[in-house]
Design a protein around this ligand. Structure first.
Ligand code: URP
Ligand code: ZN
Ligand code: ZN
Length: 473
């Protein structure tokens, strides 16, 4: 079907201009003034902004973690994403011990199969690197998986040592791949967790006390230095504090190919939230920090020290002893209550896939902290460039995929988890008044969200084969 979106204002990372968009064959066929509408469905976008669909490069749909499973799957999480204006995402296929990397990718493809409603890519997370796995790395590129992830934390689960990280970096650089790292000193954290537990310091706030900012900063600088030695591009996920972003700035100032991401939870919450009766909702790793860190991160986004806002979407029910209804079906899974009385057992992770653009618009664009163009850059264009999807995704231009958000900058909402679409029983932003939200969302030219109506189809989403040798920006 041909669709013309008429009378809107296009926002890209670089420009703001009035144009009609003709969507045809899943692509943007034309952009320009007064495009003829004959034979096309016409969407009146007067007073609306037209944004490229958001790209969330950090999600964990249906991740088995802390003895349970993240509550959104590839259907519920992607559906929520679209309601929030995100039209593609990249999830992490985690290698289980003894498995090949291709097996990990296959496992995650299986999770997505028949469920995906939007396009998705996969990173592969290496947890067990031996010579056979090393030799496999370059072959991931032809499978469209051009990014590796390694963890310096979660000792005994995902953590790798420096030699493993360094070897993976060398191999990735050779193959034109990007290495992503969760930067925290897992040995120190493991010691602090055990020590706190042994001394009966079990309250939720001890999660943050066991994950100090300098443990993140130390690991960040270590990863940056290793990337410098290996000559490998590095992307540090979920940066939370001044101490670690300063390390990134130090590396970038010296010309190292290093980039960083933060996520909404680190812009809004502090360790005070962990002391609330529902503090477990805010438990993620690295932890939420201080109000000064929130401010520092906002400034880093506006000054260009950080390149991406993703979500680390990894939701768990707050009370997994109770079933919730999702699209009329009961859903129940153990959640944050697993850590009642012992912070070390609280499943780590928070929701965000539907919230990201709404929050960043209200608290970033409406407050003047970032421009609308920078908003697009941080949430769509930079993610597409860094992760090998540009210009197919991440911008509005002739021949790009017709992933278009008709954004109503005047629409208001009060966050209420019951009105949202993530499969969770709470929303940590509940009660916040937001201004600016998607009115319609098109994915490859198909109208998936129209106001509160959902038209997505399970199985319509396709796997994104991404390019290697993506730029460092
Ligand atoms: O707490 C978090 N961040 N959970 C998801 C896994 C990770 O470390 O990204
Ligand atoms: Zn992580
Ligand atoms: Zn993550």
């Amino acid at each position: 079907m041909r669709t013309i979106i008429k009378g809107g204002t296009v926002i890209t990372a670089a420009d703001t201009f009035a144009a009609d968009l003709l969507l045809e064959g899943g692509r943007i066929a034309q952009m320009g003034a007064d495009l003829p509408a004959a034979g096309a469905r016409v969407v009146d976008a007067g007073g609306m902004l037209l944004l490229p669909g958001g790209i969330d490069v950090h999600t964990h749909l249906e991740l088995p973690f802390f003895g349970t499973v993240a509550s959104d799957d590839f259907y519920t999480g992607q559906r929520a994403a679209v309601f929030g204006g995100t039209t593609s995402h990249i999830d992490f296929a985690i290698q289980h011990k003894g498995e090949s990397l291709h097996q990990a990718v296959e496992n995650w493809q299986h999770k997505a199969q028949d469920k995906a409603v939007i396009d998705y890519g996969l990173h592969v997370a290496i947890t067990d690197l031996n010579d056979t796995v090393m030799a496999e790395i370059p072959s991931l590129v032809s499978a469209g998986v051009t990014t590796l992830k390694l963890f310096q934390a979660y000792k005994g689960v995902y953590q790798v040592d420096d030699a493993t990280l360094f070897r993976a970096m060398l191999k990735a650089a050779e193959a034109g791949m990007l290495v992503m790292v969760h930067c925290e000193n897992g040995d120190v954290i493991d010691f602090m967790i055990r020590d706190n537990v042994a001394h009966g310091r079990l309250a939720t706030e001890y999660h943050a006390r066991s994950h100090p900012a300098w443990a993140e900063a130390e690991a960040s600088l270590r990863a940056i230095a290793l990337a410098g030695i290996a000559g490998a591009p590095l992307y540090i996920v979920h940066m939370t504090c001044a101490e670690s972003v300063d390390q990134l700035r130090y590396g970038r100032a010296r010309g190292l190919p290093v980039m960083g991401e933060t996520c909404p939870q680190y812009l809004f919450f502090t360790t005070d939230n962990l002391r609330q009766p529902d503090g477990a909702k805010y438990v993620c790793s690295p932890p939420v920090r201080t109000a000064a860190d929130n401010d520092y991160l906002w400034q880093a986004l506006s000054a260009g020290h950080l390149q991406v806002v993703a979500t680390d979407h990894c939701p768990f029910l707050f009370d997994g002893t109770q079933a919730i209804k999702y699209e009329g079906e009961n859903y129940q899974k153990p959640g944050k209550e697993l850590g009642a009385g012992d912070f070390s057992k609280i499943p780590n992770g928070m929701h965000g896939i539907e919230d990201r653009l709404l929050l960043l618009w209200t608290y970033g664009v409406n407050t003047g902290r970032i421009s609308a163009n920078r908003f697009v850059e941080l949430t769509a264009t930079n993610p597409a460039k860094i992760f090998g999807l540009y210009p197919r995704k991440g911008t509005l231009a002739p021949d790009s995929d017709a992933d278009v958000v008709v954004w109503d900058p005047a629409a208001e909402l009060t966050v209420d988890w019951r009105q949202m679409h993530m499969r969770v029983d709470h929303n940590v932003y509940d009660g916040r008044r937001l201004r600016g939200r998607p009115r319609q969302v098109f994915v490859r030219g198909e109208l998936l969200v129209d106001g509160s109506a959902w038209h997505g189809r399970r199985g319509a989403g396709t796997f994104l084969q991404r390019s290697s040798h993506a730029p460092v920006i």
